[in-house]
Design a protein around this ligand. Structure first.
Ligand code: SAH
Ligand code: SF4
Length: 407
């Protein structure tokens, strides 16, 4: 038996997190699209170039609230301050790991909640240019409750506003600017299920990819979903070239019910159909992610079921060794089993990669964030949760064995 991971400080429930304060009623400025900002400026009788000055500041990577907008007349600055927050994440703590290659930011929201984002630097390799990928949150907490995920354990607090999403990207742009570096990729793989906050996530994606705003190429933005079918349909209708990632984790329905509880609402076959619809509409490959859990979803039968499900589709599979989290007894799959799983998929022509874990030492696996500050859970609660998972996974595995692959 592998030794269980040490128990990091996890809250027992959202109630154990810092008390929520009243929300600041002013919306965040970066959540406005360029047209809306221009309209607001025009309504105040100010010339159009003032909107450009505000945009220049917002997207330059220069830090600061309304005071930093010194080029604006005082009256306009005061009006702006009365109507909007120039920065919705003014208080952030940063921690480094991997010799500075990974950085994790803990952002304080106006109501006392916290969310996290992560920067992962990839130095240039051969012909590949260096990259700086940020992993951002779409919600504070998450209601889906995947049992291997630290965010799932926290429960759900609230949806993020458009500006709270966009300002995570602005934060990292500001942090990289003095080095002469840029954010090259954005993944929605932080806290939360993006497609349970679809409208705001898509608005944020529009601003992040608008050349007059944040200005990243749509292909460099990835939205990861645990399988919210209407959200995938909304992304298809959104009509951009954003990359879609689907957190598959298991092809067999009974096992997926356990690993991704949303499977009971939107079964895996429907999720893959919707994702294939996106691939066909955009011509873009969908990434399917599988967190590899020792003895749970990494068997030859699971590999076969995944191959059957995805073969012939515009798909790419990413196998991610699970990062241990406190409330589960589960461990990452051994490397040989991940290699064998990958081989089964490659044999039927499915392009498959294995992701190296990043930032484990600071708990910065995307989707594994925001736990430490909130207070320790009672050890008895952790023990109960672990026992329950062992029982449930035993039942799911038996069931998966008898139901075989999905139709
Ligand atoms: N809610 C969305 C996006 C955030 S989770 C989703 O589930 O897709 C982002 C990714 O982190 C998911 O693929 C998730 O499976 C992964 N993840 C969560 N917990 C993890 C863990 N303990 N180890 C490795 N990856 C994990
Ligand atoms: Fe939510 Fe994604 Fe974590 Fe599942 S893996 S609990 S959907 S954040």
């Amino acid at each position: 038996m592998p030794t269980p991971p040490p128990i990091p400080v996890l809250p027992a429930s959202p109630a154990a997190s810092p008390a929520a304060r009243a929300r600041d009623p002013r919306p965040g400025l970066s959540g406005l699209d360029t047209g809306a900002l221009a309209a607001w400026i025009a309504e105040r009788g100010a010339p159009a170039f003032r909107a450009r000055q505000v945009s220049d500041h917002l997207w330059s990577g220069r830090p600061g609230g309304v005071d930093a907008l010194r080029t604006l007349p005082a009256e306009l600055r005061a009006a702006l301050d009365a109507s909007f927050r120039v920065d919705t994440l003014p208080e952030t703590l940063v921690r480094e790991a991997d010799g500075g290659l990974t950085e994790k930011a803990l952002h304080h929201l106006d109501d006392g909640r916290t969310i996290e984002s992560v920067l992962m630097r990839y130095p240039a390799r051969g012909p590949r240019r260096e990259r700086a990928t940020i992993c951002i949150s779409s919600q504070a907490g998450c209601a889906v409750g995947c049992p291997f995920c630290a965010t799932g354990e926290l429960g759900f607090w609230r949806d993020l506003e458009v500006a709270e999403i966009v300002d995570q990207a602005r934060f990292w742009r500001g942090r990289l600017a003095p080095e002469g570096r840029r954010v090259t990729n954005i993944v929605f793989m932080g806290m939360g299920e993006p497609f349970l906050n679809t409208e705001r996530v898509l608005q944020a994606a529009a601003i992040l990819t608008d050349p007059a705003a944040f200005g990243l190429g749509a292909r460099h933005v990835t939205i990861s979903t645990s399988g919210v079918v209407p959200g995938i349909a909304a992304l298809t209708a959104f009509g951009s070239q954003v990359t879609l990632a689907v957190s598959l984790h298991a092809a067999r329905p009974a096992l997926r019910d356990l690993l991704v509880p949303l499977n009971r609402r939107w079964p895996v076959a429907e999720v893959v159909e919707a994702a294939t619809g996106y691939a066909e509409a955009t011509g873009r490959r969908v990434t399917y992610e599988i967190v590899m859990i020792d003895g749970i979803n990494d068997t030859p039968a699971d590999a076969e079921a995944t191959a059957t499900l995805l073969r012939g589709r515009l798909a790419h599979v990413n196998l991610i060794p699970m990062n241990p989290v406190a409330h589960t007894p589960w461990q990452p799959s051994p490397r040989e089993r991940i290699d064998a799983f990958a081989e089964t998929l490659r044999r039927v022509g499915i392009d498959t990669t294995i992701r190296r874990n990043r930032g484990i030492e600071i708990g910065a696996a995307c989707g594994q964030l925001a736990a430490e500050l909130a207070g320790a859970p009672a050890p008895a609660a952790v023990a109960r949760r672990r026992e329950l998972l062992v029982r449930e996974s035993a039942a799911a595995l038996l069931d998966a064995g008898s139901t075989g692959t999905p139709a």
